[in-house]
Design a protein around this ligand. Structure first.
Ligand code: KG4
Ligand code: ZN
Length: 339
């Protein structure tokens, strides 16, 4: 009999449900809450309310797209953290109630653990991913920027992390001052395609070891614009694509410089990238180029699995289920758990 996991993700502003059977993604429904765009960032109270409205329809759609019934489900896995507490409470309470209602086990999953394994996700008719451990994962999202040494499915070590902002946050905050939408990473990526990435420089941070810092580039970008707008009030409009391309290129250089250092320090040349920023076209092509030039194996997740999704939560739930690791009903979400 198939092992079918229902995954539920509600850590931030995406309400998502997925059905994964025997390691294959049968459905992955994501409802991205658009209400936050007019505020230029996620409003936690509104996010919880929207999850509350979305969760039942999203789960129903995931079941229907997978052509499965609740009675086909072997276990329910949900994101236990990190994230916004109110948002996490909606997903976890729903998962607990469903677990009692259908008498099936409950599995709490660390959201970051899910991101690390997104390149393992496979669709029907795709061959099983041949896992090679250890690998290094560059996890870059709106909330995290980390280099992780992954030893096996459940054993990993963070070897580098940001000491302030995440790379996605730098994209989003700079996009905001350019007057672009939220989250701004995608807009910067698109506008960069017509821009000259060598035109402007904003200054790279000097941080020891494998740690990152992105607050400096954000501030220098802001001051740079302020100074130029004083001389030309249309500076942003006149130079938008060059500004985006130059900023993007510098953020990506910062990300890749430390990754190269991590490879030198660990000797590991199996490299994956994950999280929302891993959708960035320039990051993906630069990594592929470097991989080819240096004989590293680069693993890029499918674009639809880069941002928050429940398929990654279901996959980790599946590994735990195979190991017989389930949680009791007193599990409660934690906004600030680490890997
Ligand atoms: O993983 P994710 O969906 O949510 C978090 O857990 O944070 O990542 C969202 C982040 C946002 O900062 C967004 O601007 C960024 O991913 N992002 C991108 C691109 N697509 C999404 N950044 C750069 N280029 C993109 N194409
Ligand atoms: Zn995420």
């Amino acid at each position: 009999m198939s092992i079918c996991i229902l995954g539920i993700e509600s850590s931030c502003d995406d309400t998502s449900a997925s059905i994964l059977c025997d390691g294959i993604v049968l459905s992955n429904v994501i409802n991205t809450q658009i209400i936050h765009s007019k505020y230029g960032g996620v409003v936690p109270e509104l996010a919880s309310r929207a999850h509350q409205q979305n969760i039942i329809p999203v789960v129903a759609e995931a079941l229907s797209k997978a052509n499965k019934k609740l009675s086909d489900i072997s276990a329910i896995s949900f994101t236990k953290g990190p994230g916004l507490l109110g948002s996490l409470l909606v997903g976890s309470s729903f998962a607990k109630a469903l677990s009692v209602a259908i008498s099936k086990p409950l599995i709490g999953v660390n959201h970051l653990h899910g991101h690390i394994f997104t390149h393992f996700l496979r669709n029907q008719n795709e061959l099983e991913f041949e896992a090679k451990f250890p690998f290094l994962c560059l996890l870059v999202s709106g909330g995290h920027t980390q280099i992780i040494r992954v030893n096996n499915y459940t054993d990993f070590e963070v070897i580098g992390t940001t000491i302030d902002d995440a790379a996605g946050e730098a994209f989003d905050k700079c996009a905001k001052v350019l007057g672009l939408g939220y989250p701004g990473g995608v807009d910067i990526d698109n506008l960069s395609k017509d821009g000259n990435s060598d035109r402007f420089k904003f200054g790279k941070p000097k941080i020891a070891g494998l740690d990152y810092s992105f607050s400096g580039i954000k501030t220098s970008f802001l001051y740079f614009l302020r100074d130029h707008i004083r001389q030309n009030k249309d500076f942003v409009q006149d130079n938008l694509s060059d500004l985006c391309a130059s900023l993007q290129s510098e953020i990506i250089e910062i990300l890749i410089d430390k990754l190269i250092k991590a490879v030198k320090m660990t000797g590991i040349t199996e490299i994956s990238v994950s999280g929302g920023v891993s959708a960035n076209s320039c990051l993906r092509s630069k990594l592929s180029e470097i991989g080819e030039a240096n004989d590293w194996n680069i693993y890029l997740p499918e674009k639809r699995f880069t941002t928050d999704n429940a398929a990654m939560v279901a996959l980790i739930g599946y590994y735990y289920y195979l190991d017989g690791k389930t949680d009791s009903l007193d599990i409660s979400p934690q906004a600030r758990i680490v890997l």
